[in-house]
Design a protein. Structure first.
Length: 263
């Protein structure tokens, strides 16, 4: 488990390092910024890698300094015990929290329904990408900015996109991104009106097959949602649990006031 956790952490860090043009250490980890992609929050983040007397007030204040000029604030905590201790305080300040489970593919997937899956160009699922964005609360951010930046990053990572159609229209897609000898299923989305019929299983299984031959295949799930159970049936095993805290664009939250306590 420790080895898998180190692998997941290394995969995540290398992906950020490949995109970010500012990578600076701080007392508890690393500050990362990608000046070319200010609306892509995963690459504009305060990363917490060590628990050194952390406080919500200090972290929020430090994020305000480190991410100044951006519409959002993001703190990713890689130590889940510390994250759980901080969670209530961040949520009380109006930040959103998400507990994430990084999973590594280790076993052949279980059998499932036979549903046709095809590979398409990146832009063929733009409507589904917008639907995903609407379904997830992303504040007042202009979604077109994020999608343009995410497209550029994905195309640099040798992306492959797989879909399931219904009456000729894409209703589910999976996105597979390659980097070096590894790969990540970075998105799996099924239109809400077409869920529960095995399309998510079929599209994820197809992505696993498309990644055959890589040294490591990763997927990240909401640890408090049901998708991780699907991924487990398809051969993924837990590797690392982290938590992200996000102050959405347009959300003032509780203004950080204790700069002296910034770690």
């Amino acid at each position: 488990m420790v080895r898998a956790a180190d692998g997941a952490r290394s995969w995540r860090h290398s992906g950020q390092a490949a995109v970010c043009d500012l990578i600076e250490p701080w007392a508890c980890g690393t500050v990362l910024r990608a000046s070319r992609y200010p609306n892509y929050w995963d690459f504009n983040v305060v990363r917490v890698e060590r628990d050194v007397d952390l406080s919500v007030e200090g972290l929020a204040a430090f994020a305000d300094q480190a991410l100044a000029g951006l519409e959002h604030r993001r703190v990713d905590v890689e130590l889940i015990a510390a994250a759980e201790r901080l969670r209530g305080g961040f949520e009380a300040r109006g930040w959103k929290s998400m507990r994430l489970l990084w999973m590594r593919h280790e076993h052949p997937p279980a059998t499932g329904p036979s549903i046709p899956v095809e590979e398409v160009p990146y832009d063929a699922v733009n409507d589904l990408r917008v639907a995903w964005h609407v379904e997830h609360d992303t504040g007042d951010e202009d979604p077109s900015l994020y999608h343009a930046q995410a497209r550029e990053v994905a195309l640099h990572r040798d992306v492959r996109v797989l879909i399931v159609r219904e009456s000729g229209t894409p209703v589910a897609f999976a996105q597979l991104e390659f980097e070096g000898a590894g790969a990540e299923i970075s998105q799996v989305y099924v239109d809400p009106h077409h869920r529960g019929a095995g399309r998510g299983t079929a599209i994820t299984r197809a992505a696993i097959e498309a990644a055959r031959g890589v040294s490591d295949l990763w997927i990240c799930a909401d640890d408090e949602d049901r998708a991780k159970q699907l991924y487990a049936r398809l051969g993924f095993r837990p590797a690392l649990t982290t938590m992200e805290f996000t102050r959405l664009p347009g959300s003032k939250g509780d203004a950080p006031s204790d700069l002296a306590r910034a770690p």
